[in-house]
Write a protein that binds this ligand. Structure first.
Ligand code: RB5
Length: 143
């Protein structure tokens, strides 16, 4: 997260830890002003390199917009901006998103927990049409 997402990140960390889900926190660690692309990069590198073994990533900035745009510049990443549970569920079922972004200044702690749960518990549907679209989407990285 950046400073706009710091408080929500701390809440989500507590929420996941209580559920027994192992997490890796790539910062930021306080409310001092920082640049969200730096944190998007740290998380993306972890996911694409397999460095920590993390399967999914969650990014939070003020709106979720900047950090999701930054994240989607990294090869191999499919980041969905999800400020509601329906989007979180569909980002997994249809888009096989490996990273989700939220807006710390957009949503409250309660909805954020539901959104994270939907993102982490929903499987990709494996539908042929969805796979085809994802392949086309990822091919754009090399054009
Ligand atoms: C920081 O003020 C804010 O711009 C950032 O957190 C994010 O909302 C950008 O998209």
């Amino acid at each position: 997260c950046d400073y706009g997402g710091f408080h929500l990140k701390e809440h989500i960390k507590k929420y996941l830890t209580e559920k027994g889900i192992e997490i890796v926190d790539h910062g930021t660690y306080n409310e001092d002003s920082v640049d969200y692309p730096d944190f998007a990069e740290k998380l993306c590198k972890d996911i694409t390199s397999g460095e920590s073994g993390a399967e999914r990533g969650i990014l939070i900035c003020g709106t979720g917009i900047g950090i999701s745009i930054a994240c989607n510049k990294v090869k191999g990443i499919r980041c969905a901006l999800c400020n509601d549970t329906f989007s979180a569920r569909m980002s997994r079922e249809h888009n096989d998103a490996n990273v989700m972004a939220m807006g710390g200044r957009v949503i409250g702690f309660g909805p954020a927990g539901d959104i994270v749960r939907a993102f982490l518990t929903t499987d990709f549907s494996q539908g042929e049409r969805h796979m085809r679209r994802i392949e086309k989407m990822m091919a754009l990285e090399n054009k």
